[in-house]
Write a protein that binds this ligand. Structure first.
Ligand code: PLP
Ligand SMILES: N[C@@H](CCOP(=O)(O)O)C(=O)O
Length: 462
């Protein structure tokens, strides 16, 4: 399997190289040159299999010679062994025809664990083989950071530097990043918003001298391996509701567009997904872009679903590349225009996008009201990101087509928003029960690439 950059100017790589490279050297994002199809029979055969077995079958065609089947099987087994639910991603019925896919049973209580735990295992295999040492740099609006830290903490050939927007993540999220005592973990509170963190991350990757000097690696959904691992649960969920014999719709609470992009790849592989519904909070650039064709960056407004407080949505570049017929120079041009605030999507590309995606948004009041409604109707307490999805999903449910909303985080990560909505603070699970008693270690840092570079050079141990 060969991987190509959305901007068409970077070397073509194999899976392991693409995973270790992260951001392509032309500033673009790697994608497989062709998406491997699964036959109807192959998809039907997934129903009822253990999550790990489905993962092996879905992921294998993308790996090429990078890892043996035994290595991959072992990595998958270790990745999901720590999840606290036997199904890994259980599906529960919220209302007739509307289901919740619970993606928060991993160690850090958000969907990020599905990919990060697997990447952690694959990185270790690759680094052991190459003898390389890396400095992982991540940007987070709250969940990617703790998942990355959990997957890489304590390794002696990896340092993990995580930038998060100071004051804009929940206290639980912050403590998940600031309390691990491992010397290779560095939580950086950046004076800016998530878009600033992600922009600085790309600045550092685009500085090839620095990148090579410290062995920079990325585990945001910039990294194709992240998206790949997230494809799997679309298959487990859809086949458990009758796919491929019937069509299934999904609603995905969306910010950086990695999770829903994974759904679109599952669809390209042959999974009969009808609609992929992009659900945004008040930071609704994606909803506006899909509705009007204008991708215009606004100001990031802090919300009660902070992990989706994103305006520059990294993986939308991958969706655009597919919609523009894989034209790297067209994408390069759009990304140049983005530097001045945005661009207009061509009519052809917009139509292509609309064949796959529909969209909606939830205001702050609607999000909070939906947490209360679901509690009232089902007794279930959902997190604010999930509430955004459920609110938008309800507007898009079609008769006879099951709708699956992705429950991307555990409500205990956002106790203030949940308490405001329903008057209760969901308890943290036992392994995190003493989170508020643990010591924190945070470095406050300016929104400045040079300052971040100096810090990495000074602190790296690997
Ligand atoms: C809890 C939660 N829900 C939804 C999202 C949005 O996912 P994506 O960035 O893949 O669109 C995020 C952040 O990634 C998140 O942490
Ligand atoms: N919501 C994310 C933002 C980064 O997304 P990623 O999927 O590109 O890592 C977060 O929680 O950090």
């Amino acid at each position: 399997m060969r991987y190509v950059s959305t901007r068409g100017q970077a070397p073509v790589l194999d899976f392991e190289q693409a995973m270790m490279t992260g951001l392509a050297r032309d500033g673009g994002l790697y994608l497989p040159e062709t998406v491997p199809a699964m036959t109807r029979d192959q998809i039907a055969a997934l129903a009822g299999l253990r999550y790990e077995e489905v993962a092996l079958r879905v992921v294998t065609p993308y790996i090429g010679d990078s890892f043996t089947q035994d290595e991959l099987r072992g990595a998958i087994a270790r990745a999901y062994a720590g999840f606290d639910h036997v199904s890994r991603a259980p599906l529960i019925e919220l209302a007739p025809g509307h289901h919740l896919l619970e993606l928060f049973h991993g160690p850090t209580l958000a969907f990020k664990d599905f990919a990060m735990q697997l990447i952690g295992q694959l990185f270790q295999l690759a680094l052991k083989r190459s003898g390389q040492r890396v400095a992982i740099l991540g940007a987070t609006s709250g969940d990617t950071g703790s998942a990355a830290i959990e997957a890489f903490r304590g390794l002696d050939n990896v340092d993990v530097f995580i930038m998060y927007p100071h004051g804009r993540v929940s206290e639980v999220q912050r403590r998940q990043m600031s309390t691990p005592a491992d010397a290779n973990v560095h939580a950086l509170a950046v004076d800016g918003n998530f878009d600033d963190c992600q922009a600085r991350l790309k600045d550092l990757f685009n500085d090839h001298g620095f990148r090579d000097e410290v062995g920079l690696a990325g585990v945001n959904s910039i990294n194709w391996a992240r998206v790949l691992a997230q494809i799997v649960y679309y298959f487990t969920a859809a086949t458990s509701l009758g796919a491929p014999a019937r069509e299934i719709d999904f609603t995905v609470p969306t910010g950086n567009f990695g999770d829903i992009l994974a759904g679109s790849i599952a669809k390209q592989m042959g999974l009969p997904i009808g609609r992929l519904v992009v659900a945004t909070n008040q930071n609704d650039i994606l909803h506006r872009a899909l509705s009007t064709g204008e991708y215009r960056v606004g100001t990031v407004a802090p919300s009660i679903s902070p992990s989706m407080d994103i305006q520059v949505s990294s993986n939308f570049e991958r969706a655009l590349w597919l919609a523009y017929g894989r034209d790297g120079s067209a994408i390069g041009q759009l990304m140049e225009e983005l530097k001045s605030g945005g661009f207009t999507i061509s009519q052809g590309a917009l139509e292509h996008l609309r064949e796959t995606y529909v969209s909606g948004r939830a205001s702050e009041a609607e999000t909070s009201a939906m947490i209360a409604t679901i509690r009232e109707e089902t007794g279930q307490v959902i997190c604010p990101h999930t509430a955004v999805a459920v609110k938008v999903a309800r507007e898009h449910i079609r008769a006879g087509v099951p709708m699956i909303s992705l429950a991307t985080a555990h409500p205990a990560k956002f106790p203030d928003a949940v308490e405001d909505a329903v008057g209760i603070r969901p308890p943290l699970p036992p392994h995190m029960a003493d989170l508020f008693a643990r010591d924190e270690r945070i470095t406050r840092i300016a929104n400045d690439a040079e300052a971040i570079k100096s810090l990495i050079l000074e602190r790296r141990t690997a």
